[in-house]
Design a binder for this molecule. Sequence first.
Ligand code: SF4
Length: 448
Amino acid sequence: MTSLYQEQREADGRTETGETLVEVNDLKTYYEDGGLLGGDPVKAVDGVTFDIQRGETLGLVGESGCGKSTLGRTLMQLETATGGEVRYEGTDITSLSGSDLKDWRRNVQMVFQDPDGSLNDRMTVGEIVMEPLNVHNWKTPEQRRARVRELLETVGLSEEHYYRYPFQFSGGQRQRVGIARALALEPDFLVLDEPVSALDVSVQAKILNLLEDLQEEFGLTYLLIAHDLAVVEHICDRVAVMYLGNIMEIGPTDAIFDDPANPYTNSLLSAIPEPDPTLEKNRITLRGTPPSPRDPPSGCVFSTRCPLKIRPPAYRDLDEDVWQGIEIFREVLREREDVAKSVRERFRDLLGMETEGLDAEEVVEEAFGDLDVPSDVQQHVDSAIEHVRRDDLQSAREELREEFGSVCEREEPELLTVGDAGRQSHCHRHREDYQGTQSYIAEHGYER
Ligand code: SF4
């Protein structure tokens, strides 16, 4: 029987012609807090929009916990989207269910990070690779066995491996089994979730080469989720950079790696080791840890850590160290309020020491040291300290936000096109009215 999904594909004539294979619009995946204390949902993916062209490899990068795996799993419908849509060849697959969903799933498969965990050790390799064929009742048992033997050969294994068990294989071989299983139903689209991060470096290259060869041979489209930026640079056509459930920048791999436009991308890429150890690298260390996805910052999600946050006009010429002192003080208050709000929130420290139970003067002393703090700044800092003394963290934060708050905290940046390489970035700095407004950090590629 032809499913609704198939009918729609055929009626729309999109099966072979569409350039855009996957279109993601304002996608959100939130997890409700089922704990005793209730609370806000965890916003793992918080309104992302992008597309994936047929035949390309899109890399998805970002620090651990930024939501990239949840995004991959939501595209596969392994997680339920809270809002937005995922259009696959024009059909919104977030609304599919039953046989339509099962039918669509033939076209998309996932390769997991941990080949050990994703293969059932009690099944032979032949049974593992055949499993999706059985689930979808693909052709006859004899044809399935022939298909499995063909797949083993395709991924560089041999017929003799058919009756062996996963534990008899090396990590690289087990990942080959995982790839063979993913290819069984001839999918168009594969989500590769950290496919080589559990493997030795020498094996990583072989698996990446295999994935590239398979892409060419079968015209596959990949979403590659990876924390290893070198892997992404090697294999991806375009890259999307994620932070706290949002895409900060997306564009061609060369453009992003050669000249990142977004301050977050810039700091992330600065962590890649320089192949020539004699060359000095300007590594950007971000202040603190990412905020909780339960309570993301207003405005730009990177605003609590961004080294290039736009300052209010009155403080554009303020000494950089004093400005950083203010930022640290504000961050400590924010984190302390988070801790007060939620006992489950892990306590973090910014100054290399615990801030809970620490008095505000001590934090300020650590943050400003011997710096010459202008009187207008000092006045607001003192006033905030007074609020802290009265245990009124909220007023302290508001006092500082009112005086030192930035457009970056008030307004969510739009996704703007930067340059002519087809790159887009979420940052107010790309707006004409915010270019050249204060001392930029020249080595970050920004003009003064
Ligand atoms: S909008 Fe502001 S805080 Fe966000 S990345 Fe740009 S400069 Fe930094």
